[in-house]
Design a binder for this molecule. Structure first.
Ligand code: AMP
Ligand code: MG
Length: 356
């Protein structure tokens, strides 16, 4: 999975209370809950799990369940490891189109299906078959040299979501062109964050937050609060905050942009987000934060809107049920912020403000 370094959102602290599904006889009362935080190296970066639980042992159990789920998903979705399920699947198209469909795990199917849905909605601006172009981007980053037009043209037939065939009944996948490579890094972290938070809740956490390095999924709310506060980081300077906070519960906040992951060649900055039409990284500076009940949709949208640009991007967010978002562009010294219709509903006062 993609190294978790492209964070444009940071967690802010907050108070305490209920959890998804309410409390039952075994759940400690809200005033008995304490906050515990665990950080482990996962998916190429620090992966943070915050839980509210009655004691350290209960908190540790919940965090272990969350991290175990992350490890499992990584073994399925990571294209950094050659023996992950997704890598082995792409390998089957190494010599030519796959002659027949192949059954896949439920997790992989779900992520690919969501990717295909967003690909349809964006006319391929978001595309999980982008792998061969991402390889060229990584090579360009190493060599500090853009791929030649010839190389781009040779690669093009191996990219295109219409050559990825999914069968939901049989839960199978077929890659219809040679040398295709699936890359779900644009949306998988949101899925992993959601799944990890659900695992923590299932293992007894009264409320939980998972920060997969820019993808923040929360379940319930800290005791005494009606949501978790998340601070939005600046696109221009990743060390700075925008000063804006959003409050969320049972939702995921994800961010994307070219703040940290880019390559500069010939005085131009090429983002790690690729425009499938050119095969090259985006050159216009853009970043986005998206909030959605479903993490992989939020994560797919944060990448998709960067490719689409602010106007079409905001339209896409507005047309996605329950979603909200904020897009920033930088042109020279000019910073422009675009907000979706629902974004204001999530805006919150900073921590420390009376009432928190
Ligand atoms: P994110 O940080 O969520 O925007 O995801 C970025 C990652 O998604 C990149 O590092 C690529 O692996 C992948 N990616 C790049 N361009 C695209 C695209 N146009 N559609 C889908 N995935 C992409
Ligand atoms: Mg994304």
């Amino acid at each position: 999975m993609v190294p978790a370094v492209a964070a444009a959102v940071l967690l802010a602290l907050c108070g305490c209370a209920s959890a998804r599904g309410g409390t039952d006889a075994d759940t400690p009362a809200a005033h008995d809950l304490r906050k515990f935080e665990f950080v482990r190296e996962k998916m190429g970066g620090p992966f943070r799990v915050v839980v509210y639980a009655g004691d350290e042992s209960a908190a540790g159990k919940a965090a272990d369940a969350a991290f175990a789920r992350v490890d499992r998903l990584n073994s399925i979705l990571s294209d950094y490891t050659p023996d992950s399920e997704i890598s082995r699947l792409s390998q089957r198209a190494a010599d030519g189109p796959m002659p027949e469909p192949v059954p896949v795990s439920e997790d992989l199917f779900r992520v690919l299906a969501c990717g295909q849905q967003i690909a349809e909605q964006t006319d391929g601006a978001f595309d999980v078959t982008i792998g061969p172009f991402v390889r060229l981007w990584k090579r360009a980053r190493e060599l500090k040299e853009l791929p030649t037009d010839e190389r781009l043209e040779k690669t093009r037939p191996s990219v295109g979501f219409r050559n990825l065939r999914l069968d939901p009944q049989r839960r199978t996948v077929q890659l219809l062109a040679a040398h295709m490579r699936l890359d779900v890094n644009g949306l998988a972290s949101g899925y992993v964050a959601d799944q990890a938070v659900a695992a923590a809740r299932q293992a007894g956490a009264a409320a939980a937050l998972v920060d997969a390095g820019g993808e923040i999924s929360v379940a319930g709310a800290p005791p005494g609060a009606d949501g978790w506060l998340v601070a939005i980081q600046s696109l221009k300077n990743p060390e700075e905050m925008t000063g804006q906070y959003v409050k969320v519960r049972d939702a995921c906040v994800t961010s994307s942009g070219d703040t940290r992951r880019f390559v500069e060649i010939g005085g131009r900055r090429y983002s790690h987000i690729i425009d499938p039409r050119t095969g090259l990284g985006l050159t216009g500076r853009i970043g986005a934060t998206v909030i959605c009940a479903d993490g992989m949709t939020a994560d797919a949208l944060d990448t998709a809107v960067c490719v689409l640009g602010p106007e079409r991007g905001i339209e896409l967010i507005d047309n996605t049920p329950g979603a909200a978002g904020r897009i920033t562009t930088i042109d020279g010294d000019r910073v422009t912020v675009y907000e979706s219709k629902r974004f204001k509903q999530f805006l919150a006062e900073p921590p420390g403000t009376p009432g928190y």
